[in-house]
Design a protein around this ligand. Sequence first.
Ligand code: NAD
Length: 481
Amino acid sequence: MNLRYDTFYIGGEWVRPTSARTINPVNASTEEPLGHVPEGTESDIDRAVAAARAAFDDPTGWASWEPARRAEVMERLADAIDKRADGFVERVSAQNGMPVAVARQLEAGYPSAVLRFYVAQARGLAVTETRDGLFGGSIEVRKVPVGVVAAIVPWNFPQALTMFKIAPAMATGCTLVIKPSPETVLDSYLLAEAIEEAGVPAGVINIVPAGREVGAYLVSHPAVDKVAFTGSTAAGRAIGETCGRLLRPVTLELGGKSAAIVLDDADLDLSKIGEGLFTSTLLNNGQTCFLGTRVLAPRSRYTEVVDAFTAFAGSLTVGDASDPATQIGPMATARQRERVESYLAKGRAEGARLTTGGSRPEGLDRGWFVQPTVFADVDNSSVIAQEEIFGPVLSLIPYDDMDHAVRLANDSDFGLGGTVWTSDPDRGAAVAHRVRTGTIGVNRYIPDPAAPFGGVKASGLGRELGPEGLAGYQQTQTIYL
Ligand code: NAD
């Protein structure tokens, strides 16, 4: 793959960048260059925000349309994205090391499913409600689009997480400036091509790949009305501080360190639970925010649980992300592998017991690979149990009884995902109710477009997806009649 772009998609046109600097993505599995795109500057952001502003402020334009009319455009965009499914799979997987089997599901099919969910939402969107006033007269309550959205996304699921923002923003009548992460930029050009082909009105969606400083500039841009951010907790705090100072609405989808709580009646037969376990604990090479990487195991079955997770992690096929048989690909960048390896060293130094993995796999000399790793006998207060590793590393922590398990699950700065494993779904749901987390699954976990997704505590603010996801893109206006 050698893809070279020399323009940005701004205001419905392919415009020349203001700087000659480029972003040069690299294949995570082979370390080979993949091409280049221009690197956005503050001037490019100014142009993109101006285009989004003009599109939003046009009195007869996008924001003034009936939602059902916008839904037509959204549907065409979903079709144009579907046509490019193979391209999205290939580009995302090459850039960030996501196995193609995972990318096919989550970076090709999933984003258009999210968009189609919001097509239906737009068609049913009630934007005006009239009610009787308590003091006489009637009152009109309008839901108006919040305005120009700055959407900043990470590299781990670049298309899905971009669509979490585009879809509700389009449904409600907002316009967007999207800033992809420098690690995953080639897929953003396919998206821009789909946007153009679908006839999305000029300026409604603008895309400027750039680094974090330019991202920070976008966040504080005076003509932006709302910020939608997905990424690390550290960056989220910085963005939240800026938005607090500006009193600018912000949605923050941040990191996680969720608990996978194995109950004493769990069926540990990997032929039955292996797939669900994979999605909820090691998906995308462990580079997924919602993974249950703290596995809480009952002391009564502790050895059995350690053996099952060790067999599970040890059985996964590690290899080039482009191979359909691969289950665990490389880390997205050399820096990311260094980070994961520093946690492997910390785990050992903290006295955790390594039961499988712990180093680079043999025979894979190129690419940023790490073996799927399990640490047993982990103390929940240790660094590897408290900090987000963002790699294929699981920590097994014993518990005495249900109250102890719930205390351990909640003893975390984060609260994004989680799972409960049990033969009794009612018992699983009862435990799930006690966990302080934004989302949790019983014997399975995958964010469903129909349901709100997001975190509590250091995992973020606000919700994306579901009908609830519309609220982040709307404000209410009250008219006393
Ligand atoms: P990151 O925070 O370094 O970067 C994310 C994006 O923000 C990138 O586009 C980056 O250029 C930009 N950015 C960074 N600092 C910024 C700033 N101060 N102002 C404006 N923009 C800034 O995160 P990452 O390493 O790319 O992604 C991994 C992190 O994302 C993990 O912590 C993971 O848990 C989190 N994540 C969360 C969710 C979720 O929905 N909760 C989903 C996926 C990933």
